[in-house]
Design a protein around this ligand. Structure first.
Ligand code: FMN
Ligand code: SF4
Length: 422
């Protein structure tokens, strides 16, 4: 068997891996040095395009293509913003990069900024992330002190500043335009698109927003070539991914694997199988916003964008939540709906009212106080919410709701009072 390729997680769990000395002692910043001296910015973007790297924040948009959309009006600054908000339930992989290998992210920011002609980058980090923020901020300070970033990056004429900005605990600030509003000092309300941030983003200037994991892949791609990255994974879903595995497994954790790996391999081999030898009941494949899978679906599915879409779900943030046979699917969805109702920013009424209504109706049903038409009512509310809001948070609540109701309908119906005469 070919040896397993690790791009991102080589130094996870190693003491001091977050320091400049450790990073440079293992070849760190060598790639950035070469890139800044030997490559033109467009060549860097071309390499990332050739790699086929897709955004790891959720939507899976090709990174190189996004970079090529960045508007470049004369005399207007452009920005790179790294999304380190990581609040999707079941997802905890960016945290591992920030905590264990923040210099890898800084090297990625440096190379990406150079490619984009950016001289000011931001990392918007989840407010609750204490240790990751401490390690990242220390790494940024070290990078300034060692001349990696600042007025003359790595001894060249290229200038780059990096600011680490802490969020304040709002899930919606992970949505890219809400993040920009928050970074500008305003309330985190998502913006209508278009215009897209690549045209009008932070302070009205062209801005690229990428997830932590997306940017952390960039040094490896430039060191090994886009073709080497594209050779990993599957044709349309290249590379490796950090899978967060949680729930009822023996060994929850963050595991790096090539895309296209069977879901059951991740659960049984990486995750050590279902806890207590119990039977599998359901799996959330890509964070709480993605529709749930049944055991039969899990048996054959592979973890790539195409296979998951074909099964009516999504890769999302690759946060896999495993549920065993004792799990009440009604309790799970009540819990998730509580989250979405709480995190709705309240800007649009279908989401503000709808998420609350879904949560309340489902909670009543769980308590055995529902009415006979509750399942239909919930599906109707979900239909009314979708496609009528500024951002996809409403759909993030309705899509899983519909999947739980459809795939585990009898569990919900068992809690309903019987219709008279039926
Ligand atoms: C409600 C909501 C929450 C989101 N939260 C995150 C997040 O925590 N981290 C993230 O990288 N992307 C998050 N996203 C996706 C971002 O809007 C954006 O697509 C992503 O940061 C782009 O980076 P990528 O192309 O590298 O994936 C969220 C989207 C929505 C709608
Ligand atoms: S869909 Fe929800 S979270 Fe998104 S902008 Fe509207 S109210 Fe806010």
């Amino acid at each position: 068997m070919a040896p397993k390729v690790k791009i991102l997680s080589n130094y996870f769990g190693i003491d001091q891996a977050w320091t400049y000395d450790f990073y440079t002692g293992h070849g760190g910043y060598e790639t950035a040095k070469k890139v800044l001296v030997e490559k033109q910015p467009d060549e860097v973007t071309a390499e990332v395009k050739a790699s086929g790297l897709r955004g790891r924040g959720g939507a899976g948009f090709p990174a190189g293509m996004k970079w090529s959309f960045l508007a470049k009006p004369e005399g207007v600054p452009r920005y790179l913003t790294v999304n380190a908000d990581e609040s999707e339930p079941g997802t905890f992989k960016d945290r591992a990069i920030l905590e264990w290998d923040p210099h890898m992210l800084i090297e990625g920011i440096l190379i990406a900024s150079y490619a984009l002609g950016v001289h000011q980058a931001f990392v918007y980090i989840r407010g609750e992330f204490h240790l990751p923020e401490v390690h990242l901020s220390q790494a940024v300070e070290e990078a300034y002190a060692k001349g990696v970033i600042g007025e003359k990056c790595l001894g060249t004429d290229y200038k780059l500043d990096i600011v680490v900005h802490r969020g304040a605990g709002a899930y919606i600030c992970g949505e890219e335009t809400a993040l920009l509003e928050s970074l500008e000092g305003k309330r985190g309300y998502p913006r209508l698109k278009p215009p897209f941030p690549a045209v009008s983003g932070l302070f009205g200037c062209p801005t690229i927003i990428n997830n932590v994991e997306t940017i952390a892949n960039v040094p490896w791609i430039l060191a090994n070539g886009g073709a080497a990255y594209a050779a990993l994974g599957t044709e349309k879903s290249p590379g490796t991914r950090l899978f967060s595995i949680s729930g009822h497994v023996n060994k929850p954790g963050v595991y790096e694997e090539e895309l296209g790996i069977p879901l059951m391999t991740l659960i049984n081999e990486n995750g050590g199988g279902v806890r207590g030898g119990k039977k599998l009941k359901a799996v959330i494949p890509g964070g709480s916003s993605t529709p749930v899978l049944t055991p039969t679906e899990c048996e054959t599915i592979t973890m790539d964008y195409e296979a998951l879409a074909a099964a009516g779900t999504m890769f999302g943030s690759a946060g896999i939540i495993v549920m065993d046979e004792d799990t009440s699917m009604v309790e799970v969805i009540v819990n998730l709906l509580h989250f979405y109702a709480h995190e709705s920013c309240g800007q649009c009424s279908p989401c503000r009212e709808g998420t609350g209504w879904l949560h309340r109706t489902m909670k009543q049903l769980l308590k055995g106080q529902g009415t006979a038409d509750d399942v239909e009512k919930i599906l109707d509310i979900a239909n009314q919410m979708e496609g009528r809001t500024v951002c996809p948070l409403a759909a993030a609540a309705t899509m899983p709701t519909r999947s739980y109701l459809t795939k585990f309908r009898s569990e919900f119906e068992a809690l309903l009072p019987k219709l008279a005469g039926v």
